[in-house]
Write a protein that binds this ligand. Structure first.
Ligand code: CTP
Length: 473
């Protein structure tokens, strides 16, 4: 079949001609071909395989390009890269690979195009299009990758046990592609992933997290997490989530399965935000429930302080997975810690003071918190669902009103510590903290408005109560 249209960019003619001049064949392969066939916006990083030296071909191509761009050579990998306009052209010689048990680094030998296609992860990633004049635009699809694209199947070119055992990162990639593309993983492949699951330990945490992030950023992340669960990879990667799975019953009382609930929450939030960290927060919002689960004869199942415990677990989890321990993590922690606040608030009559406290504690993240809590509504009772959503609307509206009036979001004490010291003739001492806290409390509870004069008078009153003398000037 001819796929000339896929390669109508003039660069591909240049590469084909350069390859002919060197007397080698060259193919475009991998993600670019797959994405073209999926009618997705074509990738900017383009993998090119030469039946010969990829590095020599890259040099030849660079000579033919205007401005003779630099060729970055990675001798150890036998690859070369050229940046041309917004494209990154990655050249490699066709290779045959063999792997050892304890490493993802293969032993590499020169090979044919077929060898090269064989060593690839999935049939849909092994499609190649010829670039030389004699086969320009000809598709080479030895494993029926086209059929797999049509039937939405993830399949390996070789026996899946070999493909996954060779490079266990591919287990994560299979699941990630299934989530991104909404594809099925072939049964044989799923079994092989399950069998090879413990080999995930030779994959770096960073690569695992890359794939987890891609799963989380897909339209329906639950597809990926269900597969991680089904293949038991989840126990190796995110045991905290695995621990949420299951329903216990004591004295006829059951609690919900918090794993499946979490997946619903993640799917819900995927519809309303592209913020990766908010999606992480949705994934982790209930992790404190496994270690805090208790059965109380009077009140049934409880998960006391699970939000606090969960937010502490976020740190450990991020550390273990070599994720950033910066403001992103703190954001996730904050979301987990506060994840029940708007729900509790909306179950009751929504008071201004409760909203002020919420805004004070959540600060700039209050909208994100509301988004998380709305996603957390997974009740199958339509009446309840309607009521919760309506109450959250009220909370959102009140947040706007209260903020307009009271400016709580980036709260600055209306009376400074220095002013308090001056008025009461105090040296730095705990009294100042007590007065400041009292003023803040009075504002949040609605006793006084968030204004200097009202706060000043309140300070005088509080000082008097504490037996302080103020020095009138
Ligand atoms: N590949 C592989 N095994 C891996 C990683 C990659 O066989 N563990 C092969 C696949 O043929 C893949 C190509 O190398 O298509 C390029 O890899 P990469 O750029 O990482 O992935 P893409 O398939 O382009 O997809 P994405 O950019 O979404 O990761």
């Amino acid at each position: 079949m001819n796929y000339k249209q896929a390669i109508d960019h003039p660069i591909f003619k240049t590469i084909g001609n350069a390859a002919d001049e060197l007397g080698v064949d060259c193919y475009i392969i991998g993600g670019f071909v797959r994405d073209y066939l999926l009618k997705k916006e074509s990738a900017k990083d383009i993998d090119l395989v030469a039946i010969g030296s990829g590095i020599e071909l890259a040099k030849k191509v660079a000579e033919r390009l205007p401005g003779k761009p630099k060729v970055s050579i990675f001798k150890n990998f036998g690859t070369a890269m050229i940046k041309h306009k917004d494209l990154e052209l990655e050249f490699v010689g066709a290779r045959r690979e063999s792997y050892q048990r304890d490493s993802r680094k293969p032993i590499v030998e020169d090979g044919s195009l077929e060898d090269d296609q064989n060593r690839r992860d999935f049939t849909i990633n092994a499609l190649a299009i010829g670039l030389n004049p004699h086969n320009h635009g000809v598709l080479l699809d030895p494993f029926n990758g086209i059929d797999d694209l049509e039937n939405k199947i993830i399949r390996t070119p070789l026996d899946p046990n070999i493909t996954y055992s060779d490079d266990p990162l591919r287990m994560m990639r299979a699941i990630r592609f299934a989530a991104q593309l909404n594809y099925e993983i072939e049964l044989k492949s799923l079994q092989a992933i399950t069998e090879n699951k413990e080999r995930i330990h030779i994959v770096s945490k960073e690569r695992i997290v890359d794939e987890l992030n891609k799963i989380l950023m897909s339209n329906k992340p639950s597809i990926g997490f269900k597969l991680l669960h089904q293949t038991e990879l989840l126990s190796y990667i995110l045991p905290e989530l695995k621990a949420l799975q299951g329903i216990e019953e004591i004295e006829g009382q059951m609690h919900k399965d918090n794993f499946w609930h979490t997946l619903e929450v993640v799917d819900n939030i995927a519809k309303t935000t592209d913020n990766l960290w908010l999606r992480w927060a949705a994934l982790l919002h209930d992790i404190g429930k496994a270690p805090t689960k208790r059965f109380d004869k009077k009140i049934g199942w409880t998960f006391h302080a699970h939000e606090f415990v969960g937010s502490k677990m976020v740190y450990k989890l991020f550390k273990r997975l070599h994720m950033p321990l910066n403001d992103k993590m703190k954001f996730v922690q904050k979301m987990v810690l506060m994840s029940s606040r708007p729900i509790i608030l909306s179950e009751d009559h929504v008071t201004d003071s409760a909203v002020r406290r919420l805004v004070f504690d959540a600060g700039d993240y209050v909208e994100d918190l509301m988004t998380l809590c709305e996603a957390d509504i997974t009740t199958k009772n339509p009446r309840k669902q309607k009521r919760y959503l309506k109450n959250f609307q009220i909370v959102r509206q009140k947040i706007i009103e209260v903020e307009e009036r009271d400016r709580i979001r980036n709260f600055q004490p209306p009376v400074s510590g220095e002013e308090i010291m001056k008025v009461f003739n105090l040296r730095p001492s705990k009294e100042i903290g007590i007065i400041k806290e009292a003023i803040k409390e009075a504002i949040l509870s609605g006793k006084i408005p968030n204004e200097h004069d009202a706060a000043y008078n309140y300070m005088l009153q509080k000082g008097l109560e504490m037996g302080l003398k103020y020095s009138k000037k």
